[in-house]
Design a binder for this molecule. Sequence first.
Ligand code: HEM
Length: 495
Amino acid sequence: LQRITLYYWDSKGFRKYPGLDAFSGISNLSYMLQIRQAEGFRTRKLARAHQNHAIIRLGPNSLSFRDIEAIKDIYGHSTPCTKGDMYSTPAGAHRSLLDSVNKLEHSQKRKRLAAAFSAKHLEGWEFKVVDKCARMIAQFDKFASPSSSDATSPTLVDFRHWANLFTVEAIADIGLSQKLGLLESGNDIVEAEDEKGNIYKVSFVDSLRGVGRSQAPIVWSPYGYHFLKSILSLLSKGFSRQVRNSTAFNGIVRRLVSKRLDYQGQEPLDDFFACLAENQKGESIPLPRGEIEAECGVFMNAGSDTTAIQLTHVIYYLLKNPEKLQRLREELDTHIPSRSEIPPYASVRTLPYLKACLDESLRLSPPVSFGLQRKTPPMGMSINNEWIPGNTLVSVPAYIAHRDESVFPNSEIFMPERWLNDQAKEVQKYFIPFSAGSRGCIGRNITYLEQHVLIAALVRRFDFSFADPNFEMQWEERFNLWPSAMPVIVRHRTA
Ligand code: HEM
Protein backbone atom coordinates (compact mmCIF):
# COMPACT_ATOMS: atom_id res chain seq x y z
CA LEU A 1 0.00 0.00 0.00
CA GLN A 2 2.86 2.34 0.91
CA ARG A 3 4.43 1.76 -2.51
CA ILE A 4 1.18 2.47 -4.33
CA THR A 5 0.77 5.67 -2.29
CA LEU A 6 4.34 6.71 -3.17
CA TYR A 7 3.62 5.97 -6.82
CA TYR A 8 0.64 8.33 -6.86
CA TRP A 9 2.40 10.86 -4.62
CA ASP A 10 5.05 10.97 -7.38
CA SER A 11 7.46 13.28 -5.54
CA LYS A 12 10.06 13.06 -8.32
CA GLY A 13 7.61 13.46 -11.18
CA PHE A 14 8.45 10.08 -12.76
CA ARG A 15 4.89 8.96 -13.53
CA LYS A 16 5.15 10.69 -16.87
CA TYR A 17 7.72 8.10 -17.99
CA PRO A 18 6.36 4.77 -19.26
CA GLY A 19 7.40 1.76 -17.23
CA LEU A 20 9.03 -1.35 -18.67
CA ASP A 21 5.92 -3.07 -17.40
CA ALA A 22 2.80 -2.11 -15.48
CA PHE A 23 4.49 -2.49 -12.06
CA SER A 24 7.82 -0.77 -12.76
CA GLY A 25 6.76 2.42 -10.98
CA ILE A 26 5.74 0.52 -7.87
CA SER A 27 8.51 -2.01 -7.24
CA ASN A 28 12.00 -3.05 -8.36
CA LEU A 29 10.66 -6.59 -8.21
CA SER A 30 9.10 -6.21 -11.64
CA TYR A 31 12.53 -5.51 -13.26
CA MET A 32 14.03 -8.41 -11.34
CA LEU A 33 11.36 -10.76 -12.67
CA GLN A 34 12.09 -9.65 -16.23
CA ILE A 35 15.12 -11.91 -16.11
CA ARG A 36 12.69 -14.81 -16.51
CA GLN A 37 10.19 -13.09 -18.79
CA ALA A 38 12.60 -11.68 -21.39
CA GLU A 39 13.85 -15.02 -22.77
CA GLY A 40 16.97 -14.56 -20.67
CA PHE A 41 17.92 -11.29 -22.40
CA ARG A 42 16.47 -8.39 -20.44
CA THR A 43 18.25 -5.61 -22.35
CA ARG A 44 16.91 -6.84 -25.70
CA LYS A 45 13.39 -6.51 -24.31
CA LEU A 46 14.25 -3.03 -23.03
CA ALA A 47 15.57 -2.11 -26.49
CA ARG A 48 12.17 -2.99 -28.00
CA ALA A 49 10.42 -0.81 -25.43
CA HIS A 50 12.83 2.05 -26.15
CA GLN A 51 11.83 2.05 -29.83
CA ASN A 52 8.85 4.18 -28.83
CA HIS A 53 10.14 5.94 -25.71
CA ALA A 54 13.39 7.80 -25.02
CA ILE A 55 13.18 7.36 -21.24
CA ILE A 56 11.78 4.27 -19.56
CA ARG A 57 11.16 3.70 -15.88
CA LEU A 58 12.79 0.45 -14.72
CA GLY A 59 11.88 0.80 -11.06
CA PRO A 60 10.41 3.41 -8.71
CA ASN A 61 13.72 5.33 -8.69
CA SER A 62 15.43 4.05 -11.81
CA LEU A 63 15.39 5.44 -15.38
CA SER A 64 16.85 4.02 -18.59
CA PHE A 65 17.87 6.47 -21.36
CA ARG A 66 17.94 5.63 -25.05
CA ASP A 67 19.43 8.79 -26.55
CA ILE A 68 23.14 8.63 -27.15
CA GLU A 69 23.66 12.25 -26.09
CA ALA A 70 22.90 11.09 -22.55
CA ILE A 71 26.14 9.05 -22.52
CA LYS A 72 28.35 12.08 -21.90
CA ASP A 73 26.11 13.38 -19.09
CA ILE A 74 25.90 10.03 -17.28
CA TYR A 75 29.33 8.47 -17.89
CA GLY A 76 31.61 11.24 -19.25
CA HIS A 77 34.79 12.40 -17.49
CA SER A 78 33.05 15.41 -15.94
CA THR A 79 29.84 13.66 -14.89
CA PRO A 80 28.63 14.48 -11.37
CA CYS A 81 27.11 10.96 -11.18
CA THR A 82 28.55 8.24 -8.95
CA LYS A 83 28.14 4.48 -9.33
CA GLY A 84 24.71 3.28 -8.21
CA ASP A 85 23.64 1.02 -5.34
CA MET A 86 24.03 -2.19 -7.38
CA TYR A 87 27.81 -1.92 -6.94
CA SER A 88 27.92 -1.40 -3.17
CA THR A 89 25.05 -3.78 -2.29
CA PRO A 90 26.77 -7.15 -2.98
CA ALA A 91 30.34 -5.95 -2.26
CA GLY A 92 32.23 -7.56 0.61
CA ALA A 93 34.14 -5.80 3.40
CA HIS A 94 36.88 -4.76 0.96
CA ARG A 95 36.14 -2.75 -2.15
CA SER A 96 37.76 -3.48 -5.50
CA LEU A 97 38.46 -0.96 -8.25
CA LEU A 98 35.20 -1.98 -9.93
CA ASP A 99 32.85 -1.71 -6.98
CA SER A 100 34.29 1.26 -5.09
CA VAL A 101 31.62 3.93 -5.29
CA ASN A 102 33.38 6.78 -3.49
CA LYS A 103 35.08 8.94 -6.13
CA LEU A 104 38.19 9.70 -4.05
CA GLU A 105 38.70 6.05 -3.07
CA HIS A 106 38.26 5.05 -6.70
CA SER A 107 40.69 7.60 -8.10
CA GLN A 108 43.37 6.55 -5.60
CA LYS A 109 42.94 2.91 -6.54
CA ARG A 110 42.86 3.68 -10.24
CA LYS A 111 46.06 5.75 -10.02
CA ARG A 112 47.82 2.89 -8.26
CA LEU A 113 46.63 0.28 -10.76
CA ALA A 114 47.12 2.42 -13.86
CA ALA A 115 50.82 1.47 -13.87
CA ALA A 116 49.89 -2.21 -14.07
CA PHE A 117 47.78 -1.60 -17.17
CA SER A 118 50.27 0.70 -18.88
CA ALA A 119 51.72 0.08 -22.34
CA LYS A 120 55.07 -0.87 -20.75
CA HIS A 121 53.54 -3.82 -18.94
CA LEU A 122 51.50 -4.77 -21.93
CA GLU A 123 54.65 -5.29 -24.00
CA GLY A 124 56.19 -7.31 -21.19
CA TRP A 125 53.13 -9.54 -20.94
CA GLU A 126 52.68 -10.26 -24.63
CA PHE A 127 54.72 -13.47 -24.38
CA LYS A 128 52.17 -14.80 -21.87
CA VAL A 129 49.37 -14.31 -24.42
CA VAL A 130 51.44 -15.80 -27.25
CA ASP A 131 52.14 -18.86 -25.09
CA LYS A 132 48.38 -19.43 -24.56
CA CYS A 133 47.71 -18.96 -28.29
CA ALA A 134 50.35 -21.57 -29.11
CA ARG A 135 48.83 -24.04 -26.66
CA MET A 136 45.31 -23.49 -27.93
CA ILE A 137 46.46 -23.89 -31.53
CA ALA A 138 48.24 -27.13 -30.62
CA GLN A 139 44.88 -28.50 -29.45
CA PHE A 140 43.03 -27.19 -32.50
CA ASP A 141 45.66 -28.85 -34.71
CA LYS A 142 44.56 -32.17 -33.21
CA PHE A 143 40.88 -31.39 -33.86
CA ALA A 144 41.77 -30.43 -37.43
CA SER A 145 43.68 -33.63 -38.16
CA PRO A 146 42.10 -35.62 -41.03
CA SER A 147 40.93 -38.36 -38.68
CA SER A 148 39.10 -35.86 -36.46
CA SER A 149 37.71 -33.43 -38.98
CA ASP A 150 36.97 -35.45 -42.13
CA ALA A 151 35.36 -38.51 -40.66
CA THR A 152 31.63 -39.01 -41.15
CA SER A 153 31.22 -37.96 -37.53
CA PRO A 154 33.84 -35.22 -37.05
CA THR A 155 34.94 -34.01 -33.63
CA LEU A 156 32.71 -31.14 -32.54
CA VAL A 157 34.55 -28.35 -30.79
CA ASP A 158 32.63 -25.95 -28.55
CA PHE A 159 34.41 -22.73 -29.44
CA ARG A 160 32.97 -20.88 -26.45
CA HIS A 161 34.44 -23.48 -24.08
CA TRP A 162 37.92 -23.10 -25.58
CA ALA A 163 37.66 -19.31 -25.57
CA ASN A 164 36.96 -19.55 -21.84
CA LEU A 165 39.96 -21.82 -21.24
CA PHE A 166 42.17 -19.45 -23.23
CA THR A 167 41.17 -16.29 -21.38
CA VAL A 168 41.24 -17.89 -17.92
CA GLU A 169 44.76 -19.23 -18.58
CA ALA A 170 45.90 -15.89 -19.98
CA ILE A 171 44.56 -13.80 -17.13
CA ALA A 172 45.81 -16.20 -14.41
CA ASP A 173 49.30 -15.83 -15.88
CA ILE A 174 49.16 -12.07 -16.47
CA GLY A 175 47.55 -11.54 -13.08
CA LEU A 176 49.29 -13.97 -10.76
CA SER A 177 51.90 -15.88 -12.81
CA GLN A 178 49.87 -19.08 -12.38
CA LYS A 179 49.84 -21.86 -14.96
CA LEU A 180 46.59 -23.79 -14.66
CA GLY A 181 47.06 -26.33 -17.46
CA LEU A 182 43.49 -25.90 -18.71
CA LEU A 183 44.43 -25.80 -22.38
CA GLU A 184 46.14 -29.17 -22.02
CA SER A 185 43.45 -30.87 -19.95
CA GLY A 186 40.65 -29.37 -22.06
CA ASN A 187 38.57 -28.68 -18.96
CA ASP A 188 38.18 -25.81 -16.51
CA ILE A 189 38.64 -27.67 -13.22
CA VAL A 190 40.81 -25.64 -10.84
CA GLU A 191 41.72 -25.60 -7.16
CA ALA A 192 39.82 -23.51 -4.63
CA GLU A 193 40.53 -22.89 -0.94
CA ASP A 194 37.96 -22.45 1.81
CA GLU A 195 38.34 -20.07 4.75
CA LYS A 196 39.96 -22.80 6.86
CA GLY A 197 42.59 -23.47 4.21
CA ASN A 198 41.06 -26.73 2.86
CA ILE A 199 41.69 -27.24 -0.84
CA TYR A 200 38.99 -28.56 -3.18
CA LYS A 201 38.35 -28.66 -6.91
CA VAL A 202 35.68 -26.80 -8.87
CA SER A 203 34.76 -25.66 -12.37
CA PHE A 204 36.07 -22.14 -12.98
CA VAL A 205 33.30 -21.19 -15.40
CA ASP A 206 30.45 -22.58 -13.26
CA SER A 207 31.85 -20.73 -10.25
CA LEU A 208 32.18 -17.48 -12.16
CA ARG A 209 28.68 -17.82 -13.54
CA GLY A 210 27.43 -18.44 -10.02
CA VAL A 211 28.43 -14.86 -9.22
CA GLY A 212 26.29 -13.47 -12.05
CA ARG A 213 23.42 -15.90 -11.58
CA SER A 214 23.10 -15.33 -7.85
CA GLN A 215 23.59 -11.55 -7.87
CA ALA A 216 22.22 -10.17 -11.14
CA PRO A 217 18.54 -11.08 -10.58
CA ILE A 218 18.28 -9.47 -7.12
CA VAL A 219 20.92 -6.74 -7.00
CA TRP A 220 18.36 -4.14 -8.13
CA SER A 221 16.81 -4.12 -4.70
CA PRO A 222 19.42 -2.47 -2.44
CA TYR A 223 17.38 -2.91 0.74
CA GLY A 224 15.98 -6.35 0.02
CA TYR A 225 19.16 -7.90 -1.44
CA HIS A 226 20.42 -9.83 1.59
CA PHE A 227 16.91 -10.89 2.62
CA LEU A 228 16.11 -12.10 -0.90
CA LYS A 229 19.40 -13.95 -1.11
CA SER A 230 18.66 -15.84 2.12
CA ILE A 231 15.05 -16.61 1.31
CA LEU A 232 15.74 -17.71 -2.29
CA SER A 233 18.58 -19.92 -1.07
CA LEU A 234 16.07 -21.66 1.19
CA LEU A 235 13.29 -21.92 -1.37
CA SER A 236 15.16 -22.68 -4.58
CA LYS A 237 17.70 -25.46 -5.01
CA GLY A 238 18.88 -23.89 -8.27
CA PHE A 239 19.49 -20.51 -6.63
CA SER A 240 21.29 -22.00 -3.63
CA ARG A 241 23.56 -23.92 -6.06
CA GLN A 242 24.46 -20.63 -7.72
CA VAL A 243 25.23 -19.06 -4.33
CA ARG A 244 27.54 -22.03 -3.58
CA ASN A 245 29.18 -21.61 -6.98
CA SER A 246 29.74 -17.94 -6.30
CA THR A 247 31.35 -18.81 -2.94
CA ALA A 248 33.57 -21.24 -4.83
CA PHE A 249 34.69 -18.37 -7.07
CA ASN A 250 35.98 -16.55 -3.97
CA GLY A 251 37.69 -19.82 -3.06
CA ILE A 252 39.44 -19.95 -6.45
CA VAL A 253 40.74 -16.42 -6.00
CA ARG A 254 41.83 -17.19 -2.42
CA ARG A 255 43.80 -20.21 -3.68
CA LEU A 256 45.47 -18.25 -6.47
CA VAL A 257 46.48 -15.49 -4.04
CA SER A 258 47.79 -18.03 -1.49
CA LYS A 259 49.94 -19.73 -4.12
CA ARG A 260 51.26 -16.42 -5.36
CA LEU A 261 52.09 -15.28 -1.80
CA ASP A 262 53.86 -18.60 -1.17
CA TYR A 263 56.13 -18.09 -4.17
CA GLN A 264 59.69 -18.34 -2.96
CA GLY A 265 61.49 -18.27 -6.31
CA GLN A 266 64.73 -16.43 -7.00
CA GLU A 267 63.34 -14.33 -9.83
CA PRO A 268 60.91 -11.51 -9.06
CA LEU A 269 57.69 -12.18 -10.96
CA ASP A 270 56.31 -9.70 -13.45
CA ASP A 271 52.53 -9.69 -13.11
CA PHE A 272 49.54 -7.64 -12.01
CA PHE A 273 50.00 -8.94 -8.46
CA ALA A 274 53.52 -7.48 -8.31
CA CYS A 275 52.13 -4.10 -9.41
CA LEU A 276 49.53 -4.34 -6.67
CA ALA A 277 52.08 -5.15 -3.98
CA GLU A 278 54.77 -2.64 -4.98
CA ASN A 279 54.84 0.94 -6.21
CA GLN A 280 56.90 2.02 -9.21
CA LYS A 281 59.93 2.66 -6.98
CA GLY A 282 59.84 -0.97 -5.90
CA GLU A 283 58.65 -0.13 -2.36
CA SER A 284 56.08 -2.55 -1.00
CA ILE A 285 52.50 -1.37 -0.49
CA PRO A 286 50.94 -2.88 2.63
CA LEU A 287 47.46 -3.93 1.51
CA PRO A 288 45.09 -6.05 3.62
CA ARG A 289 44.71 -9.59 2.28
CA GLY A 290 40.99 -8.93 1.72
CA GLU A 291 41.75 -6.02 -0.58
CA ILE A 292 44.30 -8.04 -2.55
CA GLU A 293 41.68 -10.77 -3.02
CA ALA A 294 39.02 -8.23 -4.04
CA GLU A 295 41.30 -6.74 -6.74
CA CYS A 296 42.48 -10.15 -7.98
CA GLY A 297 38.85 -11.34 -8.00
CA VAL A 298 37.79 -8.56 -10.37
CA PHE A 299 40.84 -9.19 -12.49
CA MET A 300 40.05 -12.92 -12.79
CA ASN A 301 36.35 -12.25 -13.43
CA ALA A 302 36.17 -9.10 -15.59
CA GLY A 303 39.47 -10.01 -17.21
CA SER A 304 38.46 -13.47 -18.45
CA ASP A 305 34.70 -13.68 -19.03
CA THR A 306 34.24 -10.57 -21.19
CA THR A 307 37.09 -11.45 -23.54
CA ALA A 308 35.91 -15.06 -23.91
CA ILE A 309 32.45 -13.76 -24.85
CA GLN A 310 33.92 -11.37 -27.38
CA LEU A 311 36.16 -14.03 -29.00
CA THR A 312 33.13 -16.31 -29.41
CA HIS A 313 31.06 -13.48 -30.92
CA VAL A 314 33.80 -12.56 -33.41
CA ILE A 315 34.02 -16.12 -34.78
CA TYR A 316 30.21 -16.35 -34.78
CA TYR A 317 29.73 -13.18 -36.83
CA LEU A 318 32.55 -14.09 -39.24
CA LEU A 319 31.02 -17.52 -39.90
CA LYS A 320 27.61 -15.92 -40.40
CA ASN A 321 29.12 -13.48 -42.92
CA PRO A 322 31.48 -15.47 -45.21
CA GLU A 323 32.27 -12.48 -47.46
CA LYS A 324 33.56 -10.52 -44.42
CA LEU A 325 35.59 -13.54 -43.34
CA GLN A 326 37.09 -13.70 -46.82
CA ARG A 327 38.08 -10.03 -46.72
CA LEU A 328 39.70 -10.52 -43.30
CA ARG A 329 41.61 -13.53 -44.60
CA GLU A 330 42.96 -11.55 -47.51
CA GLU A 331 44.25 -8.90 -45.11
CA LEU A 332 45.82 -11.49 -42.81
CA ASP A 333 47.35 -13.48 -45.68
CA THR A 334 49.07 -10.33 -46.91
CA HIS A 335 50.53 -9.41 -43.54
CA ILE A 336 51.26 -12.71 -41.83
CA PRO A 337 53.80 -14.60 -43.92
CA SER A 338 53.22 -18.10 -42.55
CA ARG A 339 50.06 -19.95 -41.52
CA SER A 340 51.84 -21.54 -38.60
CA GLU A 341 52.97 -18.22 -37.16
CA ILE A 342 51.51 -16.56 -34.10
CA PRO A 343 51.79 -12.97 -35.25
CA PRO A 344 53.47 -10.41 -33.00
CA TYR A 345 50.96 -7.87 -31.72
CA ALA A 346 52.91 -5.07 -33.42
CA SER A 347 52.23 -6.66 -36.81
CA VAL A 348 48.46 -7.07 -36.38
CA ARG A 349 47.35 -4.22 -34.12
CA THR A 350 47.36 -1.79 -37.06
CA LEU A 351 45.45 -4.01 -39.50
CA PRO A 352 42.31 -1.96 -40.19
CA TYR A 353 39.92 -4.72 -41.22
CA LEU A 354 40.84 -6.94 -38.27
CA LYS A 355 40.21 -4.07 -35.84
CA ALA A 356 36.97 -3.27 -37.67
CA CYS A 357 35.76 -6.88 -37.25
CA LEU A 358 36.59 -6.83 -33.53
CA ASP A 359 34.84 -3.49 -32.98
CA GLU A 360 31.82 -4.42 -35.07
CA SER A 361 31.33 -7.50 -32.93
CA LEU A 362 31.67 -5.40 -29.75
CA ARG A 363 29.09 -3.02 -31.19
CA LEU A 364 26.52 -5.62 -32.16
CA SER A 365 26.84 -7.80 -29.05
CA PRO A 366 28.63 -5.89 -26.30
CA PRO A 367 29.72 -8.42 -23.63
CA VAL A 368 28.38 -5.98 -21.02
CA SER A 369 25.11 -5.02 -22.69
CA PHE A 370 22.96 -3.75 -19.85
CA GLY A 371 22.72 -0.19 -18.54
CA LEU A 372 25.53 0.39 -16.05
CA GLN A 373 23.87 2.01 -13.09
CA ARG A 374 24.84 5.54 -12.03
CA LYS A 375 23.31 7.80 -9.37
CA THR A 376 22.59 11.51 -9.93
CA PRO A 377 24.09 13.94 -7.39
CA PRO A 378 21.82 15.02 -4.47
CA MET A 379 21.06 18.38 -6.10
CA GLY A 380 19.90 16.71 -9.35
CA MET A 381 21.23 17.28 -12.87
CA SER A 382 20.25 17.72 -16.46
CA ILE A 383 20.55 14.64 -18.70
CA ASN A 384 20.15 15.27 -22.40
CA ASN A 385 18.19 18.46 -21.56
CA GLU A 386 15.83 16.66 -19.17
CA TRP A 387 15.98 17.69 -15.48
CA ILE A 388 16.47 14.60 -13.29
CA PRO A 389 16.12 14.97 -9.52
CA GLY A 390 18.90 13.95 -7.11
CA ASN A 391 19.76 10.38 -6.09
CA THR A 392 18.02 8.86 -9.12
CA LEU A 393 19.49 5.73 -10.71
CA VAL A 394 20.17 6.34 -14.40
CA SER A 395 21.75 4.38 -17.26
CA VAL A 396 22.26 4.04 -21.04
CA PRO A 397 22.67 0.38 -22.10
CA ALA A 398 25.51 -0.16 -24.60
CA TYR A 399 23.31 -2.64 -26.50
CA ILE A 400 20.78 0.14 -27.12
CA ALA A 401 23.25 2.99 -27.81
CA HIS A 402 24.93 0.77 -30.42
CA ARG A 403 21.61 0.43 -32.25
CA ASP A 404 21.05 4.14 -32.75
CA GLU A 405 20.31 4.33 -36.48
CA SER A 406 21.47 7.95 -36.76
CA VAL A 407 25.08 6.93 -36.09
CA PHE A 408 25.03 3.20 -36.81
CA PRO A 409 22.76 2.80 -39.87
CA ASN A 410 21.51 -0.76 -40.56
CA SER A 411 22.48 -1.36 -36.98
CA GLU A 412 21.39 -5.02 -36.87
CA ILE A 413 23.79 -5.93 -39.69
CA PHE A 414 27.39 -7.01 -39.11
CA MET A 415 29.22 -4.42 -41.19
CA PRO A 416 32.92 -3.98 -40.26
CA GLU A 417 33.18 -1.48 -43.14
CA ARG A 418 31.34 1.10 -41.03
CA TRP A 419 34.56 1.44 -38.97
CA LEU A 420 36.63 2.25 -42.05
CA ASN A 421 34.69 5.23 -43.37
CA ASP A 422 35.24 8.95 -42.69
CA GLN A 423 32.65 9.17 -39.90
CA ALA A 424 34.19 6.35 -37.84
CA LYS A 425 36.18 8.72 -35.63
CA GLU A 426 33.16 10.87 -34.87
CA VAL A 427 30.98 7.98 -33.72
CA GLN A 428 33.63 6.68 -31.29
CA LYS A 429 32.03 8.67 -28.47
CA TYR A 430 28.84 6.64 -28.89
CA PHE A 431 30.70 3.32 -28.97
CA ILE A 432 30.70 2.21 -25.34
CA PRO A 433 31.49 -1.52 -24.97
CA PHE A 434 34.07 -0.50 -22.36
CA SER A 435 31.79 2.20 -20.89
CA ALA A 436 33.28 5.71 -20.81
CA GLY A 437 34.97 8.30 -18.63
CA SER A 438 36.92 7.67 -15.46
CA ARG A 439 35.01 4.42 -14.73
CA GLY A 440 35.64 2.98 -18.17
CA CYS A 441 37.41 -0.37 -18.57
CA ILE A 442 41.03 -0.31 -17.42
CA GLY A 443 41.74 -3.64 -19.16
CA ARG A 444 40.96 -2.66 -22.76
CA ASN A 445 44.62 -2.75 -23.85
CA ILE A 446 44.94 -6.28 -22.51
CA THR A 447 41.78 -7.54 -24.18
CA TYR A 448 42.69 -5.98 -27.54
CA LEU A 449 46.09 -7.68 -27.32
CA GLU A 450 44.42 -11.06 -26.72
CA GLN A 451 41.77 -10.54 -29.40
CA HIS A 452 44.10 -9.34 -32.13
CA VAL A 453 46.70 -12.06 -31.68
CA LEU A 454 44.33 -15.01 -31.18
CA ILE A 455 41.79 -14.13 -33.88
CA ALA A 456 44.54 -13.36 -36.41
CA ALA A 457 46.32 -16.64 -35.68
CA LEU A 458 43.13 -18.77 -35.77
CA VAL A 459 41.63 -17.23 -38.90
CA ARG A 460 44.98 -17.40 -40.73
CA ARG A 461 45.40 -21.10 -39.95
CA PHE A 462 41.99 -22.76 -39.68
CA ASP A 463 38.69 -23.16 -41.45
CA PHE A 464 35.77 -23.19 -39.03
CA SER A 465 32.23 -24.23 -39.86
CA PHE A 466 29.15 -24.53 -37.68
CA ALA A 467 28.38 -28.12 -36.73
CA ASP A 468 24.75 -27.24 -37.46
CA PRO A 469 24.61 -25.09 -40.62
CA ASN A 470 21.48 -23.37 -39.26
CA PHE A 471 23.12 -22.49 -35.95
CA GLU A 472 21.74 -19.33 -34.31
CA MET A 473 23.28 -17.90 -31.17
CA GLN A 474 21.16 -17.76 -28.02
CA TRP A 475 22.14 -15.62 -25.03
CA GLU A 476 21.81 -15.64 -21.28
CA GLU A 477 22.21 -12.14 -19.88
CA ARG A 478 23.19 -11.65 -16.26
CA PHE A 479 25.84 -8.95 -15.69
CA ASN A 480 27.57 -10.18 -18.84
CA LEU A 481 25.92 -11.40 -22.01
CA TRP A 482 26.82 -15.08 -22.18
CA PRO A 483 26.55 -16.70 -25.60
CA SER A 484 25.31 -20.26 -25.86
CA ALA A 485 27.71 -23.10 -26.57
CA MET A 486 28.91 -22.87 -30.19
CA PRO A 487 29.85 -26.28 -31.66
CA VAL A 488 32.11 -25.95 -34.70
CA ILE A 489 34.17 -28.24 -36.91
CA VAL A 490 37.81 -27.22 -37.25
CA ARG A 491 39.88 -27.92 -40.38
CA HIS A 492 43.23 -26.71 -41.61
CA ARG A 493 42.84 -24.15 -44.35
CA THR A 494 43.38 -25.45 -47.83
CA ALA A 495 42.64 -22.25 -49.76
C1 HEM B 1 36.07 -7.47 -24.33
C2 HEM B 1 36.57 -7.36 -23.11
C3 HEM B 1 36.09 -6.40 -22.07
C4 HEM B 1 34.93 -5.66 -22.01
C5 HEM B 1 33.78 -5.62 -23.03
C6 HEM B 1 34.96 -4.91 -20.78
C7 HEM B 1 33.96 -4.02 -20.38
C8 HEM B 1 34.04 -3.25 -19.24
C9 HEM B 1 33.04 -2.30 -18.84
C10 HEM B 1 31.74 -2.01 -19.60
C11 HEM B 1 33.44 -1.75 -17.67
C12 HEM B 1 32.67 -0.73 -16.82
C13 HEM B 1 31.95 -1.52 -15.75
C14 HEM B 1 31.04 -0.69 -14.87
O1 HEM B 1 31.03 0.52 -14.90
O2 HEM B 1 30.31 -1.35 -14.11
C15 HEM B 1 34.70 -2.35 -17.31
C16 HEM B 1 35.41 -2.05 -16.18
C17 HEM B 1 36.53 -2.74 -15.77
N1 HEM B 1 37.19 -3.72 -16.48
FE1 HEM B 1 36.73 -4.38 -18.34
N2 HEM B 1 36.11 -5.21 -20.11
C18 HEM B 1 36.83 -6.10 -20.86
C19 HEM B 1 38.06 -6.65 -20.53
C20 HEM B 1 38.73 -6.45 -19.35
C21 HEM B 1 39.99 -7.05 -18.99
C22 HEM B 1 40.81 -7.97 -19.90
C23 HEM B 1 40.28 -6.64 -17.72
C24 HEM B 1 41.46 -6.96 -16.85
C25 HEM B 1 42.52 -7.52 -17.27
C26 HEM B 1 39.21 -5.77 -17.28
C27 HEM B 1 39.15 -5.16 -16.06
C28 HEM B 1 38.23 -4.18 -15.72
C29 HEM B 1 38.26 -3.45 -14.45
C30 HEM B 1 39.25 -3.67 -13.32
C31 HEM B 1 37.20 -2.53 -14.49
C32 HEM B 1 36.81 -1.52 -13.44
C33 HEM B 1 37.40 -0.17 -13.81
C34 HEM B 1 37.06 0.96 -12.88
O3 HEM B 1 35.97 0.99 -12.29
O4 HEM B 1 37.92 1.86 -12.75
N3 HEM B 1 38.30 -5.67 -18.30
N4 HEM B 1 35.05 -3.26 -18.28
